[in-house]
Design a binder for this molecule. Structure first.
Ligand code: BDP
Length: 687
C-alpha cells in the first residue's frame, strides 16, 4: 500500500515532465559489482517503471553508451580511457571534493549526459536516492549540479526493541525485527526499512533496547545468529549494525561475579566476547550503553567512573575498529522531591564534564538534546561544547514519547533545528551544537547524530502517517543540519503526496505549526512534564510532582516554576558558557518560552508578550484546542486528494488529538484557575 511505501512510492510523473525527460530516464548505465551496486539497480528497477509507464522495462547497459551514467570515480576514469565523450568532461567533475560517502550529480549539456558519481558505492547509493528524490519532485534534471557530502559521520538510529517483540515506547505496532524471542519471518520488511533509511542517509542502526534485559543480552552470545541475519540485510544498504549492550554482561553470561571495569577477568571477557562477534560480523559497529541510569548496572557500583567503564569496553572494540557509544542520560531517579537543592537538569554536566580528556578515541558520548528528557520544550543541554577533548553525539527522539505518542501531530524538525542551531559559545560566538557534533569545532571524526525511533509493524511504520515526516526529516538533518525546516518539509510532502498545490499548502501549515500547537495545549513556558506517570500520554498536572524522578513544576497558590539560577536557585543556569548563562540567569533576560524552566515567578508576572503568566496559560490552552480544530479543517479538505487509507489514518488520529487537547486545556486551566484564584480576563468557561 501507499502507506507502506512511505516516501518511496514513486508515483507516475506528469505528462509534461515525462515529455521532457523520458529519453534521459530510459537510458541508464550503472557500473559496479558490489552488493551495494545490486541494491542500486534494484531500486532503479523499482522506481523507473513507476515513473514512466507500467510496461517500461529497464535494461542496464554495462558498457557506457547512455544518457545517465552511474559509476564510482574509479570506474568513470576507466570509462574515460575508452570514451572521448567521458574524457571530455573529466576536468569538470570535482572528484577531489567528494568525501567517502558523498555524491555528485551533474548534467553536461554538450554531451547530453547526466553523471552520478561518488568515491564509493555507498556514496553512489545515496546519490541514486538523491536523484530519485529530484525526479519525484519533478525538478529540472538538466539543471542538476549537486555535490553533497554528509556533514556528520555517524547518522544513527536507536531502536528500543525487545526480543519478545514489544518496543519500549512503541506507538506503531510491534517490532519489525523480533517476535517471541526469535527473528520475525518477514525479512523483506527489514529490507524495505533499510531502503527507507538509506534513502535518507542513515548509516548506523542499533537494533535492541538500551534497557537490555537477559534475552537481549544474549544477542552477543547464543543469539548472535539473529544479529548476523539483520546485519546481512542492513549491509546491502550501507547500514552498520550496532547492539545495545548490558554493562553487566559478563555477570549475566559467564560465571564472573563482578563487572568492575578495572578487574582483569572482566576486561578479558569483553575482549574475547567482542572478538567472537567480529569473527561473525567483521563490520560490526560497536555497542551503545546505558549505564548507571534508571536502575541499569554500571561502573558506579564498583566506585569507578564512567570513563573507566566506557574505556574498558572501548578497549575491546578498538582492534576491530568498533565504536563505544556511551549515553549521558545519567541522573538520580531516586531523589527526594522535598529537596529543592538537587536538580536533575544538572546531572549530565555534573556527571561527565570533569571526565573530559579521559575517554579513548573510539568512545562517543551520546547526549540528549535537553537536560531532562525529550520534553516539548527544554533548553539545550549545556554539556555540548563543554568537553573539547571528548567525542560528542547529539541524541534526539523521533519516537514522540512526550510529544503526543504518534496520536497527536507533532512535527519535530522545527524543534530539532532550534537544537542544532543553538549557539553554545564554546569557542566564542557562532559555535552551534551542529558544529560541535559534526566534529568540526574540535577536529573530531567520531561524532554525529543519533535518535531514538519506534518504527514498528503498523502498515505505515510510524502509527500516525504524518509521523513519517519526523523520521524522514531526522535523516535529512543528520546528513545536513543546514537544510531549512521548510525545505525538508516541502521535499517530504512532494515525494509522499505528489505535486498538488493545495496538498502542499495544507500540509506545510499542519506540519510546521504542529509543534507550537502541541506546546500550546500542554505544559507552558518550558515547565514540562504534567503528564500521566508511566506511559506519559495525556495530562496529569501533579502526576510527577511528589515522586522520585526529579521532574517538578513547584506550583503553589502564588506562582510556578523552578529556580535554576546561580544566585538563588540550583545553579543549573551557570553550567552554560557565559553568554547563555547570563541570558538564563535573570528573569528579565530569560526568554519567555523557557521562563518556568529557569525561574519561579508569580502568576501575575508580566511576560515579554505583555501578558501575565496566568493569562498566558489560559490563552495558550484555548488557542491550542482551536488550532487542533483548524488542523482537522485543513486535513478534511484533502479527502479527495490523498490515498484513502492515509486519509482515514490521519483523520482518526486528529480526532484523538482533539480529545487529548480538550482534556489538557480543561485540566491545566482549571488547576491554575483554582490554585491562583485569578480569573480569565476574557471570562471564558474554565470549569
Ligand atoms: C525515557 C523513557 C525510558 C527510557 C529512557 C532512556 O521514558 O523508557 O528508558 O528515556 O532514554 O524517556 O533511557
Amino acid at each position: 500500500s501507499k502507506a507502506y511505501q512511505a516516501w518511496l512510492s514513486y508515483e507516475k510523473l506528469s505528462d509534461n515532465y515525462l515529455n521532457k525527460n523520458e529519453e534521459l530516464l530510459s537510458n541508464i548505465s550503472v557500473y559496479g559489482k558490489t552488493n551495494l551496486s545490486a541494491s542500486i539497480k534494484e531500486e532503479l528497477k523499482r522506481a523507473l517503471p513507476k515513473f514512466l509507464a507500467a510496461d517500461f522495462k529497464l535494461n542496464f547497459k554495462d558498457r557506457y553508451q547512455n544518457k545517465i551514467l552511474i559509476a564510482a570515480e574509479t570506474e568513470v576514469k576507466e570509462i574515460a580511457a575508452g570514451s572521448k565523450e567521458i574524457s571530455s568532461i573529466l576536468n569538470n567533475v570535482e572528484f577531489g571534493e567528494l568525501d567517502e560517502e558523498g555524491y555528485l550529480i551533474k548534467y553536461f549539456k554538450e554531451q547530453d549526459l547526466l553523471l552520478l558519481t561518488a568515491a564509493s558505492d555507498q556514496g553512489l547509493l545515496y546519490g541514486v536516492f538523491a536523484l530519485l528524490r529530484e525526479i519525484q519532485q519533478e525538478n529540472d534534471l538538466l539543471e542538476l549540479d549537486l555535490l553533497s557530502n554528509p556533514k556528520n559521520n555517524l547518522r544513527m538510529l536507536n531502536h528500543w526493541d525487545n526480543l519478545d517483540g514489544s518496543i519500549e515506547r512503541g506507538y506503531a505496532g510491534k517490532s519489525i525485527f523480533y517476535k517471541d524471542n526469535q527473528l520475525v519471518n518477514d525479512l523483506k520488511r527489514i529490507r524495505d526499512y533499510a531502503r527507507m533509511l538509506a534513502s535518507i542517509g542513515i548509516n548506523a542502526l542499533s537494533i535492541n533496547n538500551v534497557n537490555v534485559s537477559y534475552q537481549e543480552t544474549r544477542l552477543i552470545d547464543d543469539k548472535i545468529e539473529m544479529v548476523i541475519t539483520i546485519a546481512d540485510i542492513l549491509r546491502d544498504y550501507g547500514i552498520t549494525t550496532y547492539l545495545s549492550a548490558n554493562y553487566a554482561s559478563p555477570m549475566q553470561l559467564s560465571s564472573i561475579d563482578t563487572a568492575d571495569p578495572l578487574d582483569e577477568k572482566v576486561r578479558l571477557w569483553w575482549k574475547e566476547k567482542t572478538a567472537e562477534i567480529y569473527d561473525e560480523i567483521p563490520d560490526f559497529g560497536g555497542f551503545v550503553v546505558k549505564a548507571d541510569s534508571e536502575g541499569r548496572p554500571g561502573p558506579f557500583t564498583y566506585g569507578r567512573s564512567h570513563a573507566d567503564g566506557a574505556n574498558m569496553m572501548a578497549e575491546a572494540l578498538e582492534p576491530h575498529g568498533g565504536l563505544l557509544i556511551w549515553r549521558c542520560f545519567v541522573y538520580n531517579c531516586q531523589q527526594d522531591w522535598r529537596d529543592k537543592e538537587t536538580d536533575r537538569a544538572r546531572a549530565a554536566y555534573d556527571n561527565f564534564k570533569d571526565l573530559d580528556g579521559q575517554f579513548k578515541e573510539n568512545v562517543l558520548l551520546q547526549i540528549k538534546n535537553g537536560p531532562m528528557d525529550f520534553q516539548v520544550r527544554e533548553p539545550i543541554t549545556p554539556l555540548f561544547g563543554a568537553m573539547p577533548e571528548t567525542n560528542q553525539v547529539l541524541e534526539l527522539q523521533v519516537t514522540q514519547e512526550y510529544t503526543g505518542q504518534q496520536k497527536d501531530l507533532c512535527y519535530l524538525i522545527p524543534q530539532w533545528k532550534k537544537v542544532t542551531d543553538f549557539d553554545t559559545y564554546a569557542e566564542g560566538e557562532n559555535t552551534p551544537v551542529k558544529r560541535i557534533v559534526d566534529g568540526s569545532t574540535y577536529n573530531q571524526k567520531n561524532t554525529g547524530f543519533a535518535a531514538v525511533v519506534n518504527v514498528g509493524n503498523d502498515q505505515n511504520w510510524t502509527g500516525h502517517h504524518l509521523a513519517q515526516a519526523n523520521l524522514y526529516g531526522y535523516g535529512r538533518l543528520a546528513w545536513n543540519p543546514d537544510l531549512s525546516a521548510v525545505k525538508i518539509t516541502e521535499e517530504w510532502i512532494k515525494i509522499t503526496f505528489g505535486q498538488d498545490q493545495e496538498v502542499m499548502e495544507s500540509l506545510l501549515r499542519m506540519l510546521l505549526y504542529s509543534w507550537s500547537i502541541y506546546e500550546d495545549y500542554t505544559s507552558p513556558l518550558g515547565i514540562g512534564w504534567m503528564v500521566n506517570p508511566g506511559h506519559h500520554y495525556g495530562v496529569n498536572v501533579n502526576g510527577y510532582e511528589y515522586s522520585r524522578w526529579g521532574t517538578y513544576h513547584r506550583a503553589d497558590h502564588e506562582g510556578i516554576g523552578v529556580d535554576r539560577s546561580v544566585a538563588t536557585g540550583t545553579g543549573y543556569a551557570g553550567q552554560y558558557f557565559k553568554e547563555n548563562a547570563e541570558k538564563y540567569e535573570t528573569i528579565e533576560n530569560c526568554p519567555d518560552e523557557l521562563l518556568l524552566f529557569f525561574h519561579h515567578v508569580p502568576y501575575t508576572h508580566e511576560l515579554d508578550s505583555g501578558k501575565t503568566v496566568i493569562q498566558h496559560i489560559y490563552d495558550s490552552h484555548f488557542r491550542g484546542v482551536a488550532a487542533v480544530k483548524e488542523l482537522q479543517g485543513h486535513w478534511e479538505k484533502l479527502e479527495e486528494k490523498v490515498d484513502s487509507e492515509i486519509f482515514e489514518n490521519v483523520n482518526k488520529r486528529l480526532k484523538m488529538q482533539l480529545d487529548n487537547a480538550v482534556e489538557w486545556r480543561d485540566q491545566v486551566n482549571t488547576y491554575f484557575h483554582r490554585i491562583s484564584g485569578i480569573d480569565d480576563k476574557f471570562d471564558r468557561k474554565i470549569y
